[in-house]
Design a protein around this ligand. Structure first.
Ligand SMILES: Cc1cc2nc3c(=O)[nH]c(=O)nc-3n(C[C@H](O)[C@H](O)[C@H](O)COP(=O)(O)O)c2cc1C
Length: 207
């Protein structure tokens, strides 16, 4: 299959329009099964080291589980607030959308017991493969006008307990997924002045 320049431009447009969505933007509209399926298909289309496909996607809709995740976030965010005690902006930020998003997805890494091609020297490649799946999901969701927010201010062990994950699995991403009232045009953290955007020239080095 060959793609056109227009296709490539469209892909770049989707990438540039992807945003991290938090609880202030999610709306109640349920996500259609067919669209959730497309997001998950995008996830499993990702590259993986040695074609190990070491991912597992746990879909969470249950309010009790979500409540335990909110508590988990609150506890961890209290510690984070102490770290950023001099930055008043941190205390005002909404940094998750666990309850507001109709669906949460925990994306897990399930390491293989046997050796994996490509992972004999660099041991983190399994985890990185799962991150590739996450980005695919994020982009597919955006193409479907669905928002995703990645929440990482969480105690990983407690998340794994809450979702009854198998032993030896790792939490790579906790995603809040839902329709939104609007997508911001740029990163919210840029708009709020938390971080500046880096230019391409600042991050490319010739060697
Ligand atoms: C690995 C990872 C972890 C993140 N964790 C959080 C988080 O815990 N809470 C949050 O509000 N945003 C989180 N984000 C979203 C980033 O803040 C966001 O991607 C960044 O500000 C750029 O904005 P944009 O994604 O809207 O372009 C995370 C993003 C990544 C890639």
């Amino acid at each position: 299959m060959r793609f056109s320049k227009d296709d490539a431009n469209k892909l770049l447009q989707i990438m540039q329009a992807r945003r991290d969505v938090r609880g202030n933007r999610f709306i109640n509209t349920p996500i259609e099964d067919e669209k959730l399926q497309m997001i998950l298909e995008a996830g499993i289309s990702a590259p993986s080291v040695g074609y190990s496909q070491p991912w597992r996607f746990v879909i969470i809709k249950d309010n009790k589980i979500k409540e335990s995740l909110v508590q988990n976030f609150e506890d961890e965010n209290t510690k984070a607030k102490a770290i950023f005690k001099d930055k008043t902006l941190y205390h005002k930020l909404k940094l998750e959308g666990i309850k507001e998003a109709p669906i949460n997805i925990a994306v897990l890494y399930e390491p293989k017991e046997e050796a994996v091609l490509g992972m004999t020297s660099m041991k983190k490649m399994g985890e990185y493969s799962v991150v590739c799946a996450v980005e695919n999901m994020w982009l597919m969701a955006r193409a479907l006008n669905i928002g995703i927010g990645w929440v990482s201010i969480l105690d990983e062990k407690k998340v794994l307990q809450s979702i009854k994950a198998k032993k030896n699995t790792q939490l790579i991403a906790y995603l809040c997924v839902g329709y939104v009232d609007k997508f911001y045009e740029e990163s919210e953290l840029k708009t709020l002045g938390w971080e500046e955007e880096k230019e391409l020239s600042e991050v490319v080095t010739l060697c």
